[in-house]
Write a protein that binds this ligand. Sequence first.
Ligand code: PMP
Length: 412
Amino acid sequence: MTPPTPSTPGTRLDPWFGAYAMRAHNMRASEVRALFAVVNRPEVVSLAGGMPYLEGLPLESIAASMERLIATHGTTALQYGSGQGHEALREQILEVMKLEGIDAHPDDVVVTTGSQQALDLVTRIFIDPGDVIVAEAPSYVGALGVFRSYQADVVHVPLDEHGLIPEALDEALTSLAAQGRRVKLLYTIPNFHNPAGVTLSLERRPRILEIARRHGVLVVEDNPYGLLGFGSEPLEAMRATDGDGVLYLGSFSKTFAPGFRVGWVVAPHAVREKLVLASESAILCPSNASQMAISTYLETSDWKAQIKAFQVLYRERRDAMVGALAEHMPDASWTVPDGGFYTWVKLPEGLDSKSMLPRAVTGRVAYVPGTAFFADGTGGDHMRLSYCFPTPDRIREGVRRLASVVNAEREL
Ligand code: PMP
């Protein structure tokens, strides 16, 4: 990136423009952020956000246990805590991860302020400007923002309905090595991908791990949705079979509540030490109050039953979404997720989701254009639709509105 000059747009509005570090120039608000203000108007059906539906939570019993927590352990909950995270919670996190076959020690776990902070810490300790991070095409918009802010080069590798394609990964890593590029991380969302809605098959998982190992690339397994599958038991995590080559990121945001901002990383011993140092320099320690609230919830409630209830709720919404797409948008195609929050829709030939968005919002429906999920801004032929928050009726209404926007667009 070239350094900003007085004629660079923005300099006259911000007298400190020339003083920013290069990494700050790499931080950009999403182009669709302005539209999101209108998206929250009640008349708009938002299929855009990834907010979990929290009405189903037992709010009264959570309130009572939080009151008890402050009354009995207030001086600890409201105090500074450990940089690595509250020990009792780290032990409980092991129970959660056991559901995906992960066998770890409490010392391997670093609690973070949501898995978003874990993404920041991992990038901070591994990435120098110009280093390459390989990620799926498409990939999570929040991760791409972190990678950009640390001046990483993101190279996308295609996925299909079975997740990241091993042959394409091998080819990309071989070609990058031949160009002398330094590939540090493979960032992957194996379960119920955001935004693609697909899941990496069990057959491909060991192959992806083998390829990453052969090329000396550390795998970042980002797994906030893994327990929100609609079918059988949770799939075995990649971390379950590879303790040295995988950094596992977990979160309570989707299985419980994002407002506490509690996530975690499981990392090999030496990496864990660096992560704790990086986290201490960023925030001193994660919130004790939040961690202890989650710990109390895990101890006193039937959290597994709550996750089952979420699975049933989101499955019904997924069905409403794909049913409405089949009814109203037969010329589009979409993924049918087995869990999680999102479906990835390919628009009929020639349409562009980014330029269409203002007209969609006028038509009282919103989505996230595919361009948000590619480092180079391609992907306009796709959009991400979320079914997590609106009720099934609102989802059907939203898709009906979207279909009429798409039809009008074809006549433009
Ligand atoms: N990774 C992925 C794939 C996500 O979808 C999200 C949230 N949308 C996050 C990480 C961050 O989640 P949190 O910080 O709330 O744990």
